[in-house]
Design a binder for this molecule. Sequence first.
Ligand code: SF4
Ligand code: SF4
Length: 163
Amino acid sequence: MKKATKFIISKRIIILAVLGALTYFAKSYFHISIWYIVLFGIGTGVIFGKVFCRWMCPIGFMMELMMGGSSQFSSMYQYHKMGCPIAWVSGLLNKWSFFKIKINNDTCIKCGKCDKECYISTLEPAKFSLYKPDKLKPGASYSCSKCLKCVAACPNGSLKYKV
Ligand code: SF4
Ligand code: SF4
């Protein structure tokens, strides 16, 4: 994988903080209707899948900070996502978005590092896998928020997030 891609993925929380703050100030300062932000979040879902929550959302940023502090907040994070129309719609769009997480089976060495990094395949290993052909793909599931840790973890660039 290109160094620049890996660098961007490793700095995701900082990008989330900056874009989340910009979203918040745009909403407060310019009095942008929340519905424009919802439409924007859903629009990004059509192209990229559910990226808004972990790359641009100010509430998502706060939730991640709290989860980092204590695991007792993880259920609150799920609750927040259940209560957000951007998460509902863009989560469903993970199946049909233009950009998807794709595997190159010719170069995959089946090391399993991608599955170990993914919160979906870690939680339900019998159901989901990024590389096992008989399992469902976590990247297409409702819960994938395009953290792209799987892509960064692949040692030989067999996983790519692309059209
Ligand atoms: S981007 Fe990859 S690691 Fe993150 S949730 Fe989706 S499939 Fe799992
Ligand atoms: S991390 Fe890469 S090489 Fe290893 S199993 Fe996943 S896709 Fe294959």
